[in-house]
Design a protein around this ligand. Structure first.
Ligand SMILES: [Zn+2]
Length: 268
């Protein structure tokens, strides 16, 4: 019998009363479950298996089937605040889908679990009460006083950066790819196909390919500050990840994220 914490990545109906649930477990990587009677109002699993919920599950591993039979599930954190924030929810869905589609199958994924758990927790805060943005371990930058309401701004970009690192596509935001010198302030350019950052000296009179918002976003990410327009740096990181693992069109939840971004843009 396996007892483990798990994050629900995806769920879809199976027959009138059952669910198929795909979860990222802390102990055994991604696992698919059949949850018989899960749709019923009196299901003992109710709430615990909602997408993006953090739960504790118990199941017996059957190596002969793709679909495991879930014995117990209880909710640890349903992420109620996350669900009230449409933009945070849309980003969380993209993270869950990327893990579901691109994390290696059949192996433990402790790194992926802790990154996703942290990101969901950071997005799951009431407006105006966000925790501090996480700095890279080697950062010497002191965090300035920041607008608490904006602190969720870097969570998705940071998760993308950490996921790139975890999957072997390290991005060095602090040095120039051409001259190897430390980049002061915002980089002068970024190439998502290669992950190369370019300093002002090396760029010279060339026109940068990256937008100013993207470059400012990378600087904010590097220094742990709130990001004014996080969608630019998020898209740059998605493009970088795509060029390494080859995806994008298949990420269904990206469409919802882009629609949501437009809504938020209009209301700004
Ligand atoms: Zn340079």
């Amino acid at each position: 019998m396996i007892k483990t914490r798990a994050i629900v990545l995806h769920r879809f109906p199976y027959s009138d009363s059952s669910w198929i649930v795909k979860a990222l477990t802390e102990e055994t990587g991604t696992v698919s479950f059949i949850v018989k009677g899960g749709k019923r109002k009196d299901s003992p699993f109710r709430g615990a298996l909602d997408p993006l919920a953090l739960c504790e599950i118990v199941y017996r591993e059957n190596p002969n089937t793709e679909l495991q039979f879930l014995k117990e599930a209880s909710v640890i954190n349903w992420h109620a605040h996350l669900r009230e924030d449409l933009l945070a929810l849309a980003k969380a869905q993209v993270m869950a889908e990327i893990v579901l589609r691109y994390a290696p199958a059949g192996v433990p994924l402790e790194g992926e679990f802790s990154l996703l758990e942290e990101a969901l927790a950071a997005l799951d805060v009431p407006a105006g009460n966000a925790p501090e943005v996480k700095l890279p371990a080697d950062s010497e930058v002191k965090l300035p006083a920041r607008n608490a309401a904006n602190n969720k701004s870097g969570v998705f970009a940071r998760w993308l950066l950490d996921t790139c690192e975890l999957w072997g596509y390290h991005l060095d935001m602090s040095s120039c790819s051409r001259c190897d010198h430390q980049i002061e302030g915002a980089p002068a350019d970024f190439h998502p196909e290669t992950g190369a950052f370019v300093c002002k000296n090396c760029l010279g009179v060339e026109t940068p390919r990256a937008r100013p918002e993207t470059l400012a976003g990378f600087e904010a990410l590097r220094t742990g500050r709130a990001i004014a327009h996080p969608e630019y740096v998020e898209n740059a990181l998605l493009a970088y990840l795509r060029s390494h693992i080859g995806f994008m069109r298949e990420i269904n939840s990206l469409k919802f994220l882009n629609e949501t971004r437009k809504l938020y843009d209009r209301s700004r």
